[in-house]
Design a protein around this ligand. Structure first.
Ligand SMILES: NC(=O)c1ccc[n+]([C@@H]2O[C@H](COP(=O)([O-])OP(=O)(O)OC[C@H]3O[C@@H](n4cnc5c(N)ncnc54)[C@H](O)[C@@H]3O)[C@@H](O)[C@H]2O)c1
Length: 450
């Protein structure tokens, strides 16, 4: 079957979508496509994850999709497996696996390649692959070569697209269904196939680019833009600390400019597996071209400096006040209202404080003890080097010198406000400048950047 014949079958829904990697990207995609009537097989090499899903056990952040997930499962439209399958109908493989920071021994495409290999094991002419993982420049072309080495002719009897995911989990305004997507397709029929699929994801809002490298650079550049702006504002916060002015007031005033300014707010540093990672792909690319990308290098350096700076500040405050070096780090995930602990600045902050002899307590309403091993691995640490609190019980925390809020979660908002109002502990250090000042409180409230 060539791609044209394959597309005829796809038009009448006689095809299968295999989604590789059922994480933050692949899982919602699998649910959405199956909910919209496609036959989907969700594939993950993590057999525990497959088992949990087969038992309808979802992670907290996935609970919003539970009804749709259950409905798709009941309708037999969403199967779960740890490996690929054969199918006489055309198969579209969508690759949503991790892309780690490359090291001397591991390349960033290690999982992408293995997922593609799994798909190719049972593929046939007329099938297509869509890469959604955030990949290093040149990866799509490498995948093209792997596919061609199996005797397929890309653009004739096999399709290849790269459509980087832009999802921002828990963002209520912009979700999988309304975020426009950039896409590279090897040929026009593959683009029509992609349109048919993304019609059921984001109404087919696709911006087609001419070359794979364009789409690859777009993805990394979007996150480099965020990283550079976050680092810019964090460095500004350090200056504002020294000037004794509020960085938030500076940003809010600057944001009244109706053009050419995009407000970013300070914090303990960008975390997660996208913003501090994807810009490194541009660094790798620049290195291969014998070029430097100094803006990104500096931004990454500032990002790593933030936990050290915050520790310095808190240490100074506690010394001045003659208080014990005991700190409760509140909000461990790298973004608000989600359990995602990947590469989170709070773990870096804790490490720095521990190295300086602080006694550390840690609390996050989303921290799930069942996932401790995952959190350790994701933060490259061997043990939880703090005492974990299950809640913000006043009695439990009243002897701690300082609460350092790294991440504000909505569910804790009232509780934290009342801890402050009731002056439960001597100081609060808010890395995100979000807790409103209260003159009645005897707790000293400090902001990063004031
Ligand atoms: N999380 C986000 O907000 C986000 C946003 C945009 C883009 N991305 C990108 O999307 C990709 C996936 O990210 P994620 O956050 O969903 O990762 P994740 O770690 O949440 O999930 C990836 C899943 O892939 C599985 N996996 C690994 N190798 C596999 C293989 N060969 N076959 C099948 N499954 C395999 C893992 O077991 C894991 O469950 C990455 O490239 C990431 O940079 C993530």
């Amino acid at each position: 079957m060539n791609l044209k014949e394959s597309f005829e079958k796809i038009k009448s829904n006689d095809f299968v979508v295999e989604i590789y990697g059922l994480g933050y990207v692949g899982f919602p995609l699998a649910v959405r496509l199956s909910k919209n009537g496609f036959k989907v097989i969700g594939i993950d090499v993590n057999t525990e994850r497959i088992e949990r899903l087969q038992n309808n056990q979802l992670m907290d952040s996935e609970l919003l999709l539970k009804n749709e997930f259950l409905e798709s499962r009941e309708r037999g439209l969403l199967e779960l497996d740890d490996k690929s399958n054969t199918d006489s109908n055309p198969k579209i493989g969508i690759i949503c696996v991790p892309t780690p920071i490359p090291t001397e021994t591991t390349s960033s495409d290690i999982f992408v390649k293995s997922a593609v290999e799994s798909f190719l094991k049972y593929s046939k002419k007329g099938d297509a692959i869509i890469l959604e993982s955030s990949i290093e420049v040149g990866t799509t072309e490498k995948i093209e070569k792997i596919i061609e080495s199996r005797g397929y002719s890309i653009g004739n009897d096999f399709g290849l697209c790269f459509c980087p995911e832009r999802i921002d989990p828990q963002n209520k305004e912009w979700g999988i269904e309304n975020i426009p997507r950039v896409i590279y397709c090897s040929d026009d029929i593959s683009f029509e196939i992609a349109e048919k699929i993304y019609q059921n994801v984001n109404n087919g809002n696709l911006i087609r680019v001419e070359k794979p490298k364009i789409a690859e650079v777009v993805k990394s550049f979007e996150n480099a833009f965020r990283l550079v702006n976050i680092s810019l504002v964090n460095e500004l916060a350090i200056l504002c600390d020294k000037l004794g002015i509020s960085v938030k007031q500076v940003i809010d005033a600057a944001a009244t400019k109706p053009f050419g300014f995009l407000p970013h707010y300070p914090g303990a540093g960008a975390g997660g597996h996208c913003i501090p990672k994807d810009p490194r792909f541009l660094l790798e690319s620049a290195k291969k071209m014998n070029q430097q990308f100094i803006t990104i290098e500096n931004a990454l350096e500032i990002n790593l400096k933030m936990p050290i700076y915050i520790t310095d500040k808190i240490e100074q405050i506690l010394e001045q006040k003659g208080l014990e070096k005991s700190v409760l780090v509140c909000g461990l995930s790298y973004k608000p209202n989600i359990e995602d602990m990947r590469d989170s600045s709070s773990f870096k902050l804790i490490k720095e404080m521990k190295n300086r002899g602080f006694e550390i307590f840690g609390y996050d309403p989303f921290f799930n003890i069942d996932y401790v091993e995952k959190y350790l691995e994701e933060n490259k640490i061997t043990e939880l080097d703090f005492e974990r609190l299950n809640d913000l019980d006043y009695e439990r925390i009243k002897n701690i010198s300082c609460m350092c809020i790294v991440q504000h979660h909505l569910v804790d908002k009232e509780k934290i406000m009342s801890i402050y109002e009731k002056s439960v502990l001597p100081c609060i250090y808010d890395c995100q400048t979000k807790l409103g000042k209260n003159k009645q409180s005897r707790t000293e409230l400090y902001y990063l950047g004031e």
